[in-house]
Design a binder for this molecule. Structure first.
Ligand SMILES: NC(=O)c1ccc[n+]([C@@H]2O[C@H](COP(=O)([O-])OP(=O)(O)OC[C@H]3O[C@@H](n4cnc5c(N)ncnc54)[C@H](O)[C@@H]3O)[C@@H](O)[C@H]2O)c1
Length: 259
């Protein structure tokens, strides 16, 4: 018996086999869950995400095109999900975007209004938009998980507007948890340590962050995306049935260190 046998849900945010969402999907499916995969629109995005999943041993993954800045796209994905799954038990939101021009140390003050709004819309508001639709097909309750980073709490050179978006994402998580609780829907974020993905590589000076975490974190190492995957299994499963509104660190302990 798998911990997640019979559970169904959507995993947003697989770009390739480095994506955190990909590693979460592998862990969830290994535990028995059934998943659908909304991906960024475009033939290339679809092909890369599908190839990653197939190479990971997932035959015929169910792919759906979805730009989370479009309400029409999100509506369509949830209509299709209702048709295919009926009801669902979890949502993994592993999505972020900011114009990399403003992800350089020293450039936060230059962030223009449109780049700021776009980062907040795609990286934070979309969690609200997705949770609202998910609630309609989660009659027994469920688990919604977003992905955050320590730059939400502390100023990290280069993380810039993405740090502001992550602060908003964590606040959205608390407000959603407060309102969704009566429907037995739990909403949490995982604050992962740095991992070498496409998004991470867009952050200026990221190599220094990896070196620093390796030297300073209590476990004296960086994390592996599969460790985030296993934490997601816990947060989707009944093992975490009383955990909601939390931000759970999977960061080799880095966030507890003062100096
Ligand atoms: N890699 C890290 O170091 C790290 C650490 C902590 C948190 N995170 C967070 O984890 C999540 C996943 O990032 P990742 O590191 O796996 O990188 P990634 O680039 O593999 O994943 C980001 C995903 O967001 C998707 N996306 C961007 N804009 C979108 C839009 N408008 N509509 C739909 N999808 C869109 C991309 O297609 C991609 O699949 C992000 O929220 C990121 O901020 C990453």
């Amino acid at each position: 018996m798998g911990l997640l046998d019979g559970r169904k849900g959507l995993v947003f945010g697989i770009a390739n086999d480095r994506s955190i969402a990909y590693h979460i999907a592998l862990s969830l499916m290994e535990a028995g869950a059934e998943c659908g995969f909304p991906h960024l629109p475009g033939e290339k995005s679809e092909r890369r995400a599908r190839k990653a999943l197939e190479n990971g041993g997932i035959a015929n993954p169910w792919m759906m095109s979805c730009d989370v800045s479009s309400d029409e796209d999100i509506d369509r994905v949830f209509d299709e999900t209702k048709e295919k799954f009926g009801t669902i038990d979890f949502i993994i939101h592993s999505i972020a975007y900011a114009d990399r021009t403003y992800l350089k140390p020293g450039s936060f003050v230059d962030t223009p209004r449109d780049a700021f709004s776009q980062a907040l819309d795609i990286s934070a508001y979309s969690l609200v938009a997705v949770t609202r639709r998910a609630k309609e097909i989660m009659p027994e309750g469920g688990s919604v998980i977003g992905m955050s980073y320590y730059g939400a709490e502390k100023a990290i050179p280069g993380y810039n507007v993405m740090g502001v978006a992550k602060a908003a994402l964590e606040a959205c998580t608390r407000y959603l948890a407060m309102e969704m609780g009566e429907f037995n829907i739990r909403v949490n974020t995982i604050s992962a340590g740095p991992i070498r993905t496409l998004s991470a590589m867009a952050v200026g000076g990221i190599d220094e962050v990896f070196d620093w975490v390796q030297r300073k974190s209590p476990l004296r190492r960086n994390i592996d995306a599969s460790e985030v995957g296993r934490t997601a299994v816990y947060l989707v499963s009944d093992l975490s049935s009383a955990v909601t509104g939390e931000n759970m660190y999977v960061d080799a302990g880095y966030s507890i260190i003062g100096l």
